[in-house]
Design a protein around this ligand. Structure first.
Ligand SMILES: [Zn+2]
Length: 196
């Protein structure tokens, strides 16, 4: 059970982890809190955007789409490894997922297969959208993967979580494929290495 970080703390822990951070617009007050609860927080969720172009990607994640209002995450991690902060509070990134997965994340146990879509992920997870087409061909530059690991580690460090609190969207919601192009196991190993 953890209380969500304030915008000020979120910005600080990311910078303290050595990340290059861009603050986008009114990100500190940009959220979906009118649509539901935010917190307690239990973990970090990683996504790919299925878009290309840093500027456009950040814009979509901030504004949302016609069928899904933004913010679509808290931070957008572009290919150059910059974290663009677009939201603070509830964000439309996780959707409904598996409550058994949620229990495993809270207990920091190995994840069961995701086969239900009934727990409100937007309430419980920080979210990072990462610029990648998600077609299996689009490369993930090392500076980008390094930034994803740093951002996830920064949050885990702050809340006293292990790398087991970091999951991919594909581990949460049946039918999701993101992030594609690296394994969550490998990412968690990088996070664990940073947390040593
Ligand atoms: Zn996703």
């Amino acid at each position: 059970m953890a209380k969500p970080m304030s915008a000020r703390t979120f910005l600080k822990i990311l910078k303290d982890e050595g990340l290059r951070v861009e603050e986008v617009g009114d990100w500190r007050d940009h959220n979906r809190n009118s649509a539901g609860s935010w917190g307690p927080v239990h973990g970090v969720m990683v996504h790919h955007t299925a878009t290309e172009g840093a500027e456009r990607t950040v814009e979509i994640c901030r504004e949302g789409r016609s069928d899904l209002p933004g913010p679509l995450c808290h931070g957008v991690i572009t290919k150059d490894g910059t974290v663009h902060l677009v939201g603070c509070g509830r964000a439309n990134h996780a959707g409904l997922g598996d409550d058994e997965v949620l229990r495993a994340v809270i207990a920091e146990r190995a994840l069961p297969p995701e086969n239900e879509a009934r727990a409100d992920g937007n309430r419980y997870f920080y979210g990072f959208e990462c610029e990648n087409l998600g077609d299996g061909d689009d490369p993930w530059p090392d500076e980008q993967i390094d930034a994803v690991a740093r951002a996830a580690a920064a949050i885990c460090r702050h809340h006293g979580w292990s790398a087991r609190s970091v999951i991919g969207h594909l581990e949460w919601q049946p039918g999701k494929t993101d992030p594609r192009g690296f394994t969550m196991k490998a990412l968690r190993e990088r996070v664990a290495e940073r947390l040593k």
